[in-house]
Design a protein around this ligand. Structure first.
Ligand code: GRF
Length: 196
């Protein structure tokens, strides 16, 4: 699921092409805004997509429509690849521990939709990104992987976002492969990775 330019979605496609995600099959894209960049990535790669305009309906209605599509396609795992809308408990319960999100900060620092801005404003010297499972809170679910970057004196929101994005593109497909190969064991909110 995506809401924007879809570079994380493309990163998942690319990891598949490089044979790095043998247990991942990309079946369906759902976007919640017409005309977003993610659609072009789906078209170029022959991946079916659906636009469900979330501005025209309630959160629950959006979630129910999405679930219907996913049920028809027998979707097992959902990735929020730059999906900028909160999901309701209807959706989260349906795909419990099977929803993966990528967030541009080292959680639990700076959850929410303004992570870069909040990071710069706070003045931390390190940031990064987090691939995590989605629970009912905002960016609060069990952490699968994180990757850190150094913040420079002259860092801006844009430069920070560009820097972190490179790391998002690495860990999101890796975390997805772990999830799809059933290597993730949950111990409370802690994630343990099964070794081979
Ligand atoms: C990423 O930084 C992601 O972490 C955040 O929104 C951005 C989406 O980028 N939630 P893209 O649409 O994947 O290019």
């Amino acid at each position: 699921m995506a809401s924007g330019r879809g570079s994380n979605f493309q990163a998942i496609i690319d990891a598949g092409i490089r044979n790095e995600t043998p247990d991942v099959e990309i079946v369906q894209l759902v976007v919640n805004k017409p005309g977003v960049g993610a659609i072009q990535h789906a078209e170029k790669n022959n991946i079916p997509y659906e636009v469900i305009d979330s501005s025209k309906m309630s959160r629950e209605e959006f979630d129910k429509k999405t679930i219907k599509i996913f049920e028809e396609k027998k979707i097992e795992v959902v990735v929020l690849a730059g999906f900028m809308r909160l999901l309701t408990s209807v959706f989260i319960t349906k795909y419990k521990d099977r929803i993966l999100n990528i967030h541009p900060s080292l959680l639990p620092a700076f959850p929410g939709s303004q992570a870069h801005k909040d990071t710069i404003a706070y003045g931390t010297k390190i940031s990064g990104c987090t691939a995590h499972l989605v629970d009912e809170g905002v960016d609060s679910g069990p952490i699968i992987m994180q990757s850190a970057i150094q913040i420079n004196q002259n860092e801006t929101e844009n430069s920070l976002s560009e820097k972190i994005l490179v790391h998002e593109h690495k860990i999101l497909p890796q975390a997805l492969q772990l999830l799809c190969s059933n290597k993730i064991i949950l111990e409370g909110r802690k994630v343990r990775i099964k070794s081979d």
